[in-house]
Design a protein around this ligand. Structure first.
Ligand code: SF4
Length: 145
């Protein structure tokens, strides 16, 4: 990729990031999310920093009925309930990984070829970043209970 192309992609990514910040998206497109008119972000991140581009996390494993996290992020947890067919379901409510702007920038960089990594149709079907990519957090020490 030549430098001009790289610069152009980086500019587009920064534009996407700006447009999808909670603070701007909620004003420009208040109809898109019930939290926008209330000005109440879904995670405890300042509205100017929370990014809504990945409303659904690209790491959520929807290949299993009980869900799961493709990177075993320790901020997620199992929620156990006897009425669920599998007895438990993966709960991401305490995890802000997909809403952190630095993470969104990396996923978009991977999608547009700025980061050299492996792509797979996985989880929610967007991207799966190879786990040994040093740009991404390593949660390999996490043990699934
Ligand atoms: S625990 Fe976090 S990183 Fe894992 S699927 Fe849920 S929101 Fe995504």
């Amino acid at each position: 990729m030549n430098e001009k192309t790289r610069q152009c992609i980086e500019e587009k990514i920064e534009r996407i990031l700006r447009e999808f910040r909670f603070s701007s998206r909620s004003k420009e497109h208040p109809e898109e999310c019930p939290n926008y008119p209330r000005q109440k972000p879904c995670h405890d991140i300042p509205a100017g920093e929370l990014n809504c581009f990945f409303c659904v996390c690209p790491e959520y494993d929807n290949t299993r009925e009980e869900g799961g996290c493709c990177i075993s992020n320790p901020e997620g947890k199992w929620f156990y309930h006897p009425s669920h067919p599998k007895g438990r379901i993966w709960d991401c409510s305490d995890c802000d990984h997909p809403h952190r702007e630095e993470n969104v920038r990396k996923y978009l960089g991977a999608l547009f070829g700025l980061i050299n990594c492996e792509f797979k149709a996985y989880g929610t079907g967007i991207v799966k970043i190879c786990e040994n990519d040093s740009d991404f957090q390593d949660f390999s020490g996490y043990i699934d209970p």
